[in-house]
Design a protein around this ligand. Structure first.
Ligand code: ATP
Length: 292
């Protein structure tokens, strides 16, 4: 292990190895761990859900996997890359190495450029001359393809989320991390989006780690799931089994921490019932077609 070095260890992984593996990993901010002793893996074509109440450590885990936060202890291997830990940690170097290996990360705020069209987003993401990647990225989202020349700021929340995911797919990733894909989306959009994204993983072999508050909806499409409580993995297992017992799962692991963003329960147990148009990313740049 390459502790206290800024060297990024990079090797090829074979087909039998997981794309992502955490072993006893801790990570956090300013040298203080907020996630502890995490064991987790994602294989090719696998859809893995990362669940937990607000503040449980899900985003911290994704940020660490994507090289944007420091691993403080334990092992982390992402597509054969082992990000270093220690004082001379070079975030940009690590993040770039991971992107080159095929990691794509869709952050919670979607990080779109509201003045650019959908097509411009995809062109910027795809390798130069790789028009086929743009076509493939749009395949799961025919509704988006129809309005791909519209500026991102004029798209509805669901359309923006489709664009954020399509942009990630246009990079031809091997491992895709998506944070709160359905946050603030209408039930109908949630019902459409999660199965399409999961189907894309299975048809392309992309491994996916999905942070999601819609517990039942994501357990319906995922292969496996991990549940975090206060920075630790409290339980994990087959998604179908966890889904069959989702009331018990919620009562034991998901409702204990008060929601720090809003009043009410911190996870959503219905198939899909969040209101549309509630996130900052959905604010329109100016008035336009908001149909979703
Ligand atoms: P949510 O569902 O609300 O997004 P989460 O499960 O993604 O929550 P994290 O955002 O990873 O949780 O937060 C885990 C812990 O780390 C929380 O206690 C949070 O307050 C803390 N934390 C998050 N960001 C920072 C930061 N920049 N500096 C210090 N502590 C932070």
């Amino acid at each position: 292990m390459n502790a206290d070095s800024d060297e990024v260890t990079d090797r090829s992984i074979d087909a039998t190895e997981p794309l992502l593996r955490l072993r006893g990993m801790s990570a956090g901010y300013g040298g203080v761990a907020v996630v502890h002793d995490l064991d987790l893996h994602v294989g090719a074509g696998e859809v893995v859900a990362l669940l937990g109440a607000n503040g449980a450590g899900k985003t911290t885990t994704l940020l660490t996997v994507s090289g944007l936060l420091q691993r403080l202890a334990g092992e982390l291997t992402v597509l054969g890359v082992e990000p270093p830990m220690g004082g001379r940690f070079a975030r940009e170097k690590v993040a770039l190495a991971l992107v080159r290996k095929g990691l794509a990360y869709v952050p919670e705020d979607r990080a779109l450029f509201f003045g650019l069209s959908g097509r411009e987003h995809l062109r910027l993401a795809a390798r130069r001359g790789d028009g086929e990647a743009i076509e493939l990225a749009l395949e799961p989202f025919p509704a988006l393809a129809a309005i791909i020349d519209r500026r991102a700021g004029l798209l509805s929340g669901g359309e923006q989320q489709m664009l954020a995911i399509a942009r990630a797919l246009a990079t031809r990733p091997r491992l895709l991390l998506i944070d709160e894909m359905t946050l603030g989306l209408a039930p109908i959009i949630v019902e459409q989006l999660l199965p399409r994204v999961a189907a894309t993983a299975r048809s392309t072999g992309v491994g996916m780690l999905l942070v999601e508050q819609h517990v039942k909806a994501v357990l319906t499409v995922a292969d496996r799931a991990y549940v975090m409580v206060q920075g630790r993995i409290a339980t994990s297992g087959q998604a179908s089994e966890m889904n069959a017992d989702s009331q018990e799962l919620a009562a034991r692991y998901l409702g204990a921490i008060p929601d720090r963003h809003q009043a009410g329960p911190s996870v959503n147990l219905s198939e899909s019932s969040s209101p549309e148009g509630t996130t900052p990313a959905e604010r329109r740049e100016d008035g336009g077609d908001a149909s979703g």
